[in-house]
Design a protein. Structure first.
Length: 277
């Protein structure tokens, strides 16, 4: 069997990125600090007189509207697998400042900025896969305040996992301004880490297939990685998706499964080309 040595580097790379994760994660969901600014990710987000869904609707906000967190009511509401609190918020409409109560699940959890574009990450909706609850994580691009698109990826147990969002360089892909990377970190044996790379052309978002990595028990690993054009073994105009499984035996890590998939980037479109055994 072929010995491998890169699993430790793979784990180190996740650890280094984990220093940039959103720190506002508690056992019962994401918590926003008083005075922090949040951005609406759902159109017609309701502002209510009191912190409950039966309360009088006072206003509604569109995607991209920014609010200030004035108070956490500590009143928690679960919608499917999404959990969050009701917050008292204040915001500006025209020349007028208004306030009311809104559910925190309608706001972004994390954000990152590149030039004139802000990327927002939020918990969009609950979906069912194999009879289990997943949350669709949304990454939205707001260019000069205008929504340019949103890409989603499904994560199991997302509400209880730290999530990071960052902007990196284009990795040698022509026509790509930057790459947005969102990661949901598995923090225990058997809990997957999901990693989503999204290409930003300056006008639209294009998703690469979601990476899935898991350390089952310290003896077995499933690892997925991307190889970009400007990286070792990279190819111009292509992205290589490598999937591998490792088993640790006699203190040695051996590859037991390996496949590569090639994606071609051309004319702002990503298409799968071939699978390499």
């Amino acid at each position: 069997m072929k010995k491998i040595f890169n699993i430790s580097l793979f784990l180190i790379s996740f650890y280094s990125f984990s220093q940039n994760i959103d720190e506002n994660l508690l056992n019962n969901g994401y918590v926003y600090d008083k005075g922090s600014l949040k951005t609406v990710m759902w159109n017609n987000t309701k502002i209510r007189k009191d912190p409950n869904f039966k309360s009088l609707k006072m206003d509604s906000l569109l995607v991209g509207h920014q609010v200030k967190i004035d108070k956490n009511t500590k009143i928690k509401l679960d919608i499917g697998a999404r959990e969050n609190y009701w917050y008292k918020v204040s915001y500006q409409k025209g020349n007028e400042w208004r306030s009311g109560y809104a559910w925190g699940g309608n706001f972004n959890v994390s954000s990152a900025k590149f030039e004139d574009t802000e990327f927002l990450l939020g918990m969009m909706e609950t979906i069912k896969k194999d009879d289990r609850d997943y949350i669709n994580i949304g990454v939205m691009a707001l260019k000069n305040g205008e929504k340019k698109g949103i890409e989603t990826f499904a994560v199991e147990n997302a509400i209880h996992q730290p999530i990071g969002l960052e902007v990196i360089d284009n990795k040698g892909l022509k026509g790509v301004k930057a790459i947005v990377r969102a990661t949901s970190f598995g923090n225990a044996f058997g809990v997957p880490t999901y990693e989503q790379y999204i290409l930003w052309t300056g006008e639209k978002l294009v998703s690469i297939p979601t990476l899935f990595n898991v350390n089952a028990n310290g003896m077995f690993y499933h690892a997925e990685e991307l190889i970009f054009p400007n990286e070792k073994n990279g190819r111009e105009g292509q992205i290589i998706l490598r999937k591998r499984e490792f088993r640790k035996e006699n203190n040695m890590e051996n590859i037991i499964f390996s496949k590569e998939y090639v994606f071609v980037w051309q004319n702002e479109t990503l298409t799968q080309s071939v699978k390499i055994e």
